[in-house]
Each structure stands twice: as structure tokens, then as C-alpha cells.
Design a protein around this ligand. Structure first.
Ligand code: SAM
Length: 501
């Protein structure tokens, strides 16, 4: 095998008008030799060097980038090509021929078929190395890092198991069957996570190693009670059935537990006893809501919510500020690492007591309220009305009267502000900043922009677009909120180039 990046010796064909058949070149003419590009079905041996954004192993071979399902960095694998688009080949590992010290045993019994944690069999330190490399590649692709600035090593999590404060399970009537299960094993009911690449199949999860133990207990009991009471799971093909999703949120700081049962209908005579039994058997559940979603879309939001128990929300404490988190609120899913992320944002924003800060795409006001304790005033901008309501409630609960929240599209609402901000924090959705926001943002008069990104490709692209508008990246610091997955948050700090308007 060659090293990554080098070109393998390959079967060669001479370039000719009529296709791949060899044409004798005329005497003395140079022979142009080109690689036969890989084709579906080709089997090759590859050295895996990294992983891609979906957690597949990456290798360079025959002048193509290979993205290999079920292959880990450090391994030598025999693969079969599945499809090729230009110079990118998708392949599946057939056999691992060699492994190195980067491979570890996966903790979870569902690892592999489960679409949840793609990297569990890679040592955590190597996961962080790979995530940093992905971010470096994104910035390099866009030419977005100025000389002397590098992507910092990823701030890893102290806790890599049981770290998620929210899990969303699916009920389904097409259980994923493991290859070693006997013929005819029951498959008409499952509650768990989608099988990797098979959105209609649900793995009947018997324990999820990234959620707290209480979540496992709730999941197991929900399955047992639903089966005993004959409550039918949703069928994604026919759009029939009752039970759709089970969402469990466990506060990382207070331990309060919220359960959201998403059902196609209210059906109190059948769901009432189910909910009561679950509540009796898990006293740790502090609040229980039922969401009605009768539409075809497989989402955990719906037309209306029925409160069955408790206040309808749980409390999270982050860096001394208390947040109300309800069933539909956005809240970072790793509480411990969210605290580190926001500490970093505060350190980069460096708000002074006499300054005005803006928090664009503020959600329920998490960053805005943390900034409010250090700044003269903060304005948060958010599209979703219920998130704005939560943000205002959170401000009141914490006595932060210097934070104001504006509902609407940031493109429109920021234009209506009269006072210019000193510092701007942006935390947009995965698509990044709207292209029409870049120019007004660049010209808003702030001395700093701190960009929190859940997709590094987006922040790298936006950095390249902000550069000609007078803003340079001063620091890129990734923070890992999602151990065992290829996802990573990234904080990029932008400063105004001296002399730029
Ligand atoms: C990644 S979340 C940020 C949440 C928040 N910073 C936090 O940590 O809780 C992105 C937010 O942007 C909001 N959003 C999306 N498009 C928007 C737009 N055009 N204008 C304002 N807010 C928008 C979404 O509703 C969502 O709350």
C-alpha cells in the first residue's frame, strides 16, 4: 500500500477517442497513460487515514478520495467500491486486514447497525485529531485562514459516555433484525434509533451508552408497557399507528427529567393509563408532555401539546444562569461541554461593562443571558416565537433586565436597531449566515464577531466571504460536544482588519 495522498500503481489504459481500448501511438509520439478510474464492484486494499463528516474512513487511492463505510483510521482494509462521482468513491469495508492502536472496543452493544455513534470504535483522542483535521480541511478548501492562524486542538470532553441531555427515540413497526437472529423473530414493534442508512428500520435499543441511565430505564419501561397494552407503533409507509416518538431530556445540572411522548392522536382512554403507569414506575420523571403530530413528517414537533404532569419544562444551570428548557426548546445536548463552549464564547467576546452586545440566532437566549451579566446591554435576535418567549422568561427568572429579545428574521430585525453593537455573537443553523447578512454584519461597527458554528464548512465559507469585507479570523477553537460522532462545534473569532471601514 502507498501512503495517503500518493498515487498507486494502477492498471493503465491509453487515452483514445474511442474509449478505453489501447491505440498504438505512432512511433515517437509520447504515450499518455491515465488511470482507469475505479468502478462499482472493484475490490481494493486501502490504508485508512482519517474519517469524513459522516464518520466513514477516508483514503486516497487511484487519484480518488475513498469514503469507506465501517473503516477506521489506522486500519488496512479490503474494500468494495459501491459508486463513484468524479474523483470521489463510496465503498464498504469487506474485511479488516490490519488494525493499529487507534482501534478500541465499542462500548455500546448496538454499535455498527445503529446510526447514532459512528466512531465508538476509535480511541477518543483519535476522534479529536480527526475532527480537527476535518475543520482544517474546510478552512483550507475556502482559503479562509490567514497566515499565522491555525485551528486549535479540539477541547475534548471529560465524559464521553452518558453525556447527552436529550435523546429522541422512534417507535416503528419495522424492527431491524440482526443477522444472528432466528428466522421469524418478531419484528412488528420497536422503539429506539434508526438503523444506519435504513430510515424505515428501527433498532430496538436496549440501552444507549450516551444517555443517562434514567433514560435507559424509561425507554425499557415504555416498550414493556406499550407492548403489554397493545399500543401500536407508527408505520412510516402507511401513516397509520399511534406511538411516534419518545423524547427524554435529563438536565445535566439539576437531574430533572422531561418526557415528551409524540403520538398521532390524543386517545386519552389508551394513552392515559400508559402515561400514568410510566409516571408511577419512574418517579424521577419531573414533567410529562404529550405532543400530537398527525402529519406525515416524522418529527417530534406537532400541532399541539398536552401537559400531563409537572410544569412542562426542566431547569438547566449553566455558568450560574438558570434556563427553562421545555419540550420544543433548543438547548445544547451536552450540558458539561456547553458550559465550556459558552465560557469560551464569553472569553472571546470580551464584553466590557459599558458595551452593547448582539446575539444573532439566539434561540432561548443562552449566550445572550451569559453576556448580559458582563455587558451594559444585550439584544438577542431569534426567528421562533416560542424560543423568544423562553428567552424573555429566562431573562426575568435571572433578573437580567438589560437583555432584550427581538422576534423575527435577523435579516430584517437587525436593520431596525438604532444603536450599533460593540460585539456580535452569531450562532446560526447548519447552513451558516445568510449571504445577505454578510455585508450589513461587516459594516455594523462592532469591534469583534464571535461565530459559533455547528458546521465547520459553513463558518469556513463565511470567513472567506467576510475577508474582503474587512474581517479576519483571529482564532479557531473547536469544542467537542458530541463524542463518538463526527460532529464538532467550532468557535471562530473575527477581528476587524486595521484600516477597514
Ligand atoms: C444553533 S441555534 C442557536 C441557539 C442558541 N445560540 C443556543 O445556544 O441556545 C440557531 C437558532 O437560529 C434560529 N434561526 C434560524 N434562522 C433564523 C433567522 N433567519 N433569523 C433569526 N433566527 C433564526 C433558530 O430558530 C435557532 O434557534
Amino acid at each position: 500500500m502507498s501512503d495517503s495522498g500518493s498515487v498507486e500503481p494502477f492498471e493503465s489504459v491509453e487515452r483514445s477517442e474511442g474509449g478505453p481500448s489501447a491505440v498504438e501511438p505512432s512511433a515517437g509520439a509520447p504515450r499518455e497513460v491515465v488511470a482507469r478510474k475505479p468502478r462499482p464492484g472493484d475490490e481494493e486494499q486501502l490504508s485508512i487515514e482519517g474519517f469524513d463528516e459522516s464518520g466513514r474512513g477516508l483514503a486516497r487511492h487511484k487519484q480518488c478520495t475513498w469514503s469507506v463505510l465501517r473503516a477506521r483510521p489506522g486500519a488496512v482494509v479490503r474494500v468494495k467500491a459501491l459508486r463513484r462521482r468524479r474523483d470521489e468513491v463510496e465503498a464498504v469495508a469487506l474485511e479488516t486486514l490490519e488494525r493499529d492502536g487507534r482501534a478500541v472496543a465499542a462500548v455500546c452493544r448496538h454499535f455498527g447497525p445503529c446510526g447514532g455513534c459512528a466512531l465508538q470504535d476509535l480511541a477518543y483522542a483519535e476522534q479529536l485529531v480527526g475532527k480537527r483535521a476535518l475543520i482544517e480541511q474546510s478552512f483550507a478548501r475556502h482559503g479562509a485562514l490567514p497566515a499565522g492562524v491555525c485551528v486549535e486542538p479540539v477541547l475534548g470532553a471529560a465524559r464521553t459516555e452518558r453525556y447527552r441531555n436529550k435523546m429522541e427515540f422512534t417507535f416503528g413497526n419495522r424492527r431491524w433484525i440482526a443477522p444472528d437472529e432466528p428466522q421469524g423473530a418478531p419484528d412488528a414493534f420497536a422503539v429506539g434509533l434508526h438503523a444506519a442508512g435504513l430510515w424505515q428500520k428501527v433498532i430496538d435499543i436496549q440501552g444507549c451508552s450516551i444517555q443517562p441511565e434514567v433514560g435507559d430505564a424509561i425507554l425499557a419501561l415504555a416498550r414493556e408497557i406499550a407492548l403489554r397494552r397493545g399500543l401500536e407503533p407508527w408505520d412510516v409507509r402507511t401513516h397509520q399507528g399511534l406511538l411516534r416518538h419518545l423524547v427524554v431530556r435529563v438536565s445535566g445540572s439539576t437531574g430533572e427529567v422531561l418526557v415528551n411522548l409524540v403520538a398521532a392522536r390524543e386517545e386519552p382512554e389508551r394513552l392515559g393509563p400508559f402515561i400514568r403507569e410510566l409516571l408511577e414506575r419512574v418517579p424521577a420523571i419531573s414533567t410529562f408532555v404529550q405532543t400530537i403530530n398527525s402529519r406525515a413528517a416524522a418529527v417530534s414537533s406537532g400541532e399541539r401539546e398536552i401537559l400531563h404532569h409537572g410544569p412542562g419544562w426542566i431547569r438547566e444551570l449553566l455558568l450560574g444562569v438558570e434556563f427553562r428548557v421545555s419540550a420544543q426548546s433548543f438547548f445544547q445536548t451536552n450540558s458539561a461541554q456547553a458550559a465550556r463552549l459558552f465560557e469560551l464564547v464569553l472569553a472571546e467576546a470580551t464584553p466590557r461593562g459599558d458595551e452593547l452586545c448582539w446575539d444573532l440566532y439566539c434561540g432561548t437566549g443562552t449566550i445572550a443571558l451569559l453576556l448580559a451579566r458582563r455587558a451594559r446591554a444585550v439584544v438577542g435576535f431569534e426567528l421562533v416565537a416560542s424560543a423568544v418567549e423562553d428567552a424573555r422568561e429566562n431573562a426575568a427568572r435571572n433578573g437580567l433586565s438589560n437583555a432584550r429579545f427581538v422576534e423575527g428574521d435577523v435579516l430584517a430585525t437587525t436593520r431596525l436597531e438604532h444603536e450599533r453593537p460593540d460585539v456580535v455573537v452569531v450562532d446560526p443553523p447548519r447552513a451558516g449566515l445568510h449571504k445577505d447578512l454578510l455585508a450589513p454584519l461587516a459594516a455594523c461597527g462592532a469591534r469583534r464577531i464571535v461565530y459559533v458554528a455547528c458546521k465547520h464548512g459553513s463558518v469556513a465559507r463565511d470567513a472567506a466571504l467576510l475577508a474582503p469585507l474587512g474581517w479576519r479570523v483571529a482564532r479557531v477553537q473547536p469544542v467537542d460536544l458530541f463524542p463518538h460522532t463526527p460532529h464538532v462545534e467550532c468557535v471562530a473569532t473575527f477581528e476587524r482588519v486595521a484600516g477597514a471601514v
